[in-house]
Ligand binder design. Structure first.
Ligand SMILES: [Zn+2]
Length: 152
């Protein structure tokens, strides 16, 4: 049997996208278990199984990060899950750490504008400068660069 890595719960969560995404959904507001499954499917295009989600919710509950409330729809009882203030704080810390990891992974591969040096996240503007393709954040930067080097 493979040995279980001895990570703490927050670290394990960090590297588990599914659970991470469930927290993102919970952070948006109180929701039913099936609502989590539906949103997960809508956003990621992937199914999430009840056998994964409920044990996870109960784990969060045991750590007082989530609480269950009963809502009545007619005579039917429905359980809704809601983050506690402690749970919201936990999520905020987690999201912050996660975005730091993501930006440090992405940044080195980003191109920078040849004129102003800004990072080009998406789109940007390519311009042929003396037969060489150069990247700019926008058309205005491309124009001022061309003016500067006296081309066109
Ligand atoms: Zn620029």
């Amino acid at each position: 049997m493979p040995e279980q890595p001895s990570t703490t719960l927050p670290d394990k969560l960090m590297f588990d996208f599914t659970r991470f995404y469930v927290l993102v959904i919970l952070y948006e507001g109180p929701i039913h278990g099936y609502g989590i499954m539906r949103k997960f499917k809508e956003r990621t295009g992937k199914e999430i199984s009840a056998s994964l989600i409920y044990p996870f919710l109960h784990q969060l509950e045991a750590r007082e990060l989530v609480e269950q409330k009963i809502e009545f729809v007619g005579s039917k009882e429905k359980k809704i899950f809601e983050l506690t203030p402690k749970g919201r704080e936990f999520c905020e810390n987690l999201f912050e750490r996660f975005s730091e990891i993501i930006s440090s992974a992405i940044e080195p591969s980003l191109e920078t504008c040849a004129s102003c040096g800004a990072k080009i996240y998406e789109g940007g503007h390519e311009e042929d400068v003396n037969g060489k393709k150069m990247s700019f954040c926008c058309v205005h930067c491309a124009k001022s660069y061309l003016r500067l080097i006296g081309s066109k």
